[in-house]
Design a binder for this molecule. Structure first.
Ligand code: PLP
Length: 368
């Protein structure tokens, strides 16, 4: 079967070029006679692979020298616990609830410290990002989910937070579904983390970019496991134990592809073009509409509904997803919390893929 256009929310499509390269190196990487899957992570053959991946993260995201770049396991979800376990000081943190992933992070944080939920958009099923005025409070950190994969919303601004004495409160953000989709000023953040399986690599690694002064010498929470201390991984170059070697290798390839295509700016141009085309189509359609509010819309995940409601909607959504799949446009079913359909158009999705989807949607609207 030929390659499909894959609109999966994650794990998601990877650039075809990257897959071909990996396939060509499967049995013999760089003349070693080994697959990267078979290499010791402490070997001369593997060392340059992880070093290059880290160097590309630093280059493409302009990571300042006083930040560590870590490759961890446990998914973005483990960061929901590692953040409070490592950043706890006074014992209170600020969160904003913009959907499922924020809720999960809040629930996990509550196990380790007091959580103030400063704002929520739950009143309108998380279809918008609340306008959070500059925050003043005695918080150890301020946490938000930058792009809400399920709800299809994205923060259009970087929030501001200060302690009553005027010192900075570190900003922490979950950028799992938007990392490197556009430029990001890392210096504004204490921690930026991202599960790799949306925009960076296959599943299996979580990228954590953390300012060095936020890594505690001794864990503030008693009995914190060694593996859940940032210090463990920072001190050992993400090699305290066996890292997800192959996934890191794949991330390096994806990052090279991003670099070749203009870096973060190049991705922003490509992603804005795709998203503008798609939102424009939805906004001008009598049959479909986007669920996310203007001003809060994601570049990466676009949920949409049809004009049908109730049982009729359930039937038409099912029909849409099946007929699209038959045309090679796959993984378009919406998340049950939003309903309808969702097109995830991460970096690897081409403008042609979006055009093909719109052409199908037009046909489908006329027929139904
Ligand atoms: C996918 C996703 C997660 C969960 O990632 P895992 O690696 O599966 O733990 C968390 N946050 C956001 C924003 C996501 O999109």
């Amino acid at each position: 079967m030929s390659r499909v256009y894959n609109f999966s929310a994650g794990p998601s499509a990877l650039p075809e070029e990257v897959l071909k390269e990996a396939a060509a190196e499967m049995l013999d990487c760089n003349g070693t006679g080994q697959s990267v899957m078979e290499m010791s992570h402490r070997s001369k053959a593997y060392e340059p692979i992880i070093a290059e991946t880290e160097a590309l993260v630093r280059e493409l995201l302009n990571v300042p020298a006083n930040y560590k770049v870590l490759f961890l396991q446990g998914g973005a979800s483990l960061q929901f616990a590692m953040i409070p376990m490592n950043l706890k000081k006074g014992g209170k943190a600020a969160y904003v609830n913009t959907g499922v992933w924020s809720k999960k992070a809040i629930a996990e944080a509550k196990k380790y410290l007091d959580v103030d939920v400063l704002a929520t958009s739950e009143d309108k099923n998380f279809s918008y990002i609340p306008d959070v005025k500059p925050v003043v409070g005695d918080y150890d950190y301020f946490y938000y989910t930058m792009n809400n994969t399920i709800m299809g919303t994205k923060w259009a601004y970087i929030p501001e937070a200060k302690r009553p004495d005027g010192t900075e409160i570190p900003l922490v953000t979950d950028a799992s579904s938007c990392i490197l989709s556009e430029p990001l000023d890392i210096s504004k953040f204490g921690v930026v983390f991202a599960g790799a399986q949306k925009n960076l690599a296959p599943a299996g690694v979580t990228l954590v970019i953390i300012r060095e002064d936020l890594i505690p010498e001794t864990p503030p929470v008693e009995n914190t496991p060694t593996m859940l201390q940032y210090k463990t991984h920072a001190d050992n170059g993400s090699m305290f134990n066996t890292p997800p070697c192959y996934t890191i290798y794949m991330m390096g390839k994806v990052l090279k592809w991003i670099k070749k295509n203009g870096g973060a700016e190049g991705m922003a141009k490509r992603n804005n073009e795709k998203a503008d085309l798609f939102y424009n189509y939805l906004d001008n359609s009598a049959f479909y509409h986007a669920t996310a509010a203007k001003g809060s819309r994601s570049l990466m995940n676009i949920p949409f509904l049809t004009k049908y409601t109730g049982d009729e909607a359930t039937a038409i959504n099912k029909k849409f997803v099946a007929e699209a799949a038959a045309k090679g446009l796959v993984n378009l079913a919406g998340h049950r919390l939003v309903g309808g359909m969702r097109a995830s158009i991460y970096n690897a999705m081409s403008l042609d893929g979006v055009k093909a989807l719109i052409a199908f949607m037009d046909e489908f609207a006329k027929a139904n």
